[in-house]
Design a protein. Structure first.
Length: 269
């Protein structure tokens, strides 16, 4: 019998590539997104259920999980992929936007995880793959909020591994580097106040560096392949993208001060 994977944020980028990848491998796929109309192409594929799910709306999460169980009878894998990045000086970011960053990237992940756990606990099996980021291990300036959410996801996942493994549920972290998605476009909420002149030099330097980073981004399908590896592997953490491997190799051999100095020099700061 085909296994079933539920993916959040499947309208584009990593989520869409993952839905297509697992459908091609013969899985049942619940491709969830805020607006199902954005998944029209996915809905035409065999064994794909496109269903509304907004990770900030607990009722929609419960409805999507139930629709998946009704359609396919089981949820073998949850991929918590939905998320976005909030950037800019923290001082210039309204608290409402700070809360939304955590609502989507952290509380949404927790709510979706809670919703699938009863079915996984009953079947005493399942895998939860949380899409973190290399930004959950290392940082850049002006992304303190985004990094905060991803570092939270890292800690949540590692701790959940202790409590869920004994009942047959596996936890995995996938940590992409720069990926060719709309992270720097539609999925980026950048906040700035040009009257705060002290920050503008750092902003200019980082924006210049991000152009180079984006030019070397890996395709989203590479993350889908790493998700597959994580589902069938034994480790907790899986890096995705050559830059992620390079950054972690450097980070493991340096002190905090050494790494931050190297990072500032690399980004022209």
């Amino acid at each position: 019998m085909s296994k079933t994977i539920l993916i959040t944020g499947a309208s584009s980028g990593i989520g869409k590539a993952t839905a297509q990848y697992f459908q091609e491998k013969g899985w049942n796929v619940a491709a969830t997104m805020r607006n199902p109309a954005d998944g029209a192409a996915l809905a035409e594929l065999d064994r794909v259920l496109v269903v509304a799910l907004d990770v900030t709306d607990e009722a929609s999460i419960q409805n999507a999980v139930q629709a998946t169980l009704d359609q396919f009878g089981t949820i073998d894998v949850l991929v918590n992929n939905a998320g976005y990045g909030a950037g800019g000086p923290m001082e210039a970011t309204p608290m409402a936007k700070i809360r939304r960053q955590f609502d989507v990237n952290v509380f949404g992940l927790l709510a979706t995880t809670q919703a699938v756990l009863p079915a996984m606990r009953q079947q005493q099996s399942g895998t939860i793959v949380n899409i973190s980021s290399i930004g959950g291990r290392v940082t850049l300036p002006l992304f303190s909020l985004y990094h905060g959410t991803k570092w939270a996801v890292e800690g949540i996942t590692e701790s959940l591994r202790y409590e869920l493994n004994p009942i047959g549920i596996k936890l995995r972290l996938v940590e992409p580097g720069a990926i060719a998605t709309d992270f720097a476009g539609r999925s980026l909420d950048f906040n700035n106040d040009e009257s705060l002149t002290e920050y503008q030099g750092t902003i200019g330097k980082l924006m210049s560096a991000m152009g180079d980073i984006a030019g070397n981004a890996a395709p989203a399908i590479e993350v889908a392949k790493v998700i597959d590896e994580a589902i069938h592997g034994d480790r907790l953490r899986y890096l995705a993208g050559e830059d992620a491997h390079q950054m972690m190799a450097a980070r493991r051999t340096m002190t905090d001060e050494e790494y931050m100095t190297m990072n500032k020099e690399r980004n022209g700061m």
